[in-house]
Design a protein around this ligand. Structure first.
Ligand code: FES
Length: 201
C-alpha cells in the first residue's frame, strides 16, 4: 500500500477523526467488516502496512493508517536533523528512556535511519492528532521553535523526533510503531513496513 502526501492540517485531522470514529463505532462495525475484501479485513485487524517511500522529498511527510491510527513517516532534512541535539535541555525524555518505542528506535533521533522518522500521530495527552509544524521560528510558536508537532487541543509540543517538551500537558514522547525497511540497509530506502520488526531486532 502506498501512502498519500499530506497537504494540510485539516486533512491530517480528518484521518485522526476517522481513526477515533472507528474506535467509537466498533460495536456496530461487524456488517461493514464482513463486506470487506480479505486483505482489507486483515488490515483493519492490524496487519502490517507496506508503504512506498521512494518518492518522498526531504522535509515531506506521509500519513498512512495502521490499526485504525494515523502513522506519520517524515523524511527529515539535514537542517532538521542538526536542530535536534540542540533541544535536549527543553525536553522531558530526550533519550527516550520511557517505553514509547521499540529498542531499535531508542536513541535521540528515535529512528533506524536518521533521515526517516516513523510515529503514531496521536498525542500522548488525550489523543488528539497534533499538527505538523516543520517551519523554524513561526510567529505563533516563538523564536525557539525548530520544527515539530503542535497539538492544538491543550498546547502540547513535540520536536521532529516526536519528543515531548517540558511544561506541556502530554506526559510522554509520541509513540514509534514497529517498522522495518525492505532491502539491505542503508542503501535501500524505498519501502517500509509498518507493524512489524526488523528481522534482526
Ligand atoms: S490532547 Fe494533545 S495536548 Fe491534550
Amino acid at each position: 500500500m502506498s501512502g498519500e502526501v499530506d497537504k494540510s492540517k485539516r486533512r491530517l485531522l480528518g484521518v485522526a477523526a476517522g481513526a477515533m470514529g472507528g474506535v467509537g463505532a466498533a460495536g456496530v462495525a461487524i456488517p461493514f467488516i464482513a463486506s470487506m475484501s480479505p486483505s482489507a479485513r486483515a488490515q483493519a485487524a492490524g496487519a502490517p502496512v507496506e508503504v512506498d517511500i521512494s518518492k518522498m522529498e526531504p522535509g515531506q511527510r506521509l500519513t498512512v493508517e495502521w490499526r485504525g491510527k494515523p502513522v506519520w513517516i517524515l523524511r527529515r532534512t539535514p537542517e532538521m536533523l542538526a536542530a535536534l541535539p540542540t533541544l535536549a535541555g527543553e525536553l522531558r525524555d530526550p533519550n527516550s528512556e520511557e517505553e514509547q518505542q521499540p529498542d531499535y528506535a531508542k536513541n535521540p533521533l528515535r529512528s533506524v535511519i536518521p533521515e526517516y522518522l516513523v510515529l503514531v500521530g496521536i498525542c500522548t495527552h488525550l489523543g488528539c492528532s497534533p499538527g505538523f509544524r516543520p517551519e523554524f521560528a513561526p510567529a505563533d510558536l516563538g523564536p525557539g521553535w525548530k520544527g515539530g508537532f503542535f497539538c492544538p487541543c491543550h498546547g502540547s509540543r513535540f520536536d521532529l523526533a516526536g519528543r515531548v517538551y517540558k511544561g506541556v500537558p502530554a506526559p510522554l514522547n509520541l509513540e514509534v510503531p514497529p517498522h522495518r525497511y525492505l532491502g539491505k540497509l542503508p542503501d535501500t530506502k524505498d519501502r517500509i513496513i509498518i507493524g512489524t520488526d526488523p528481522e534482526n531486532a
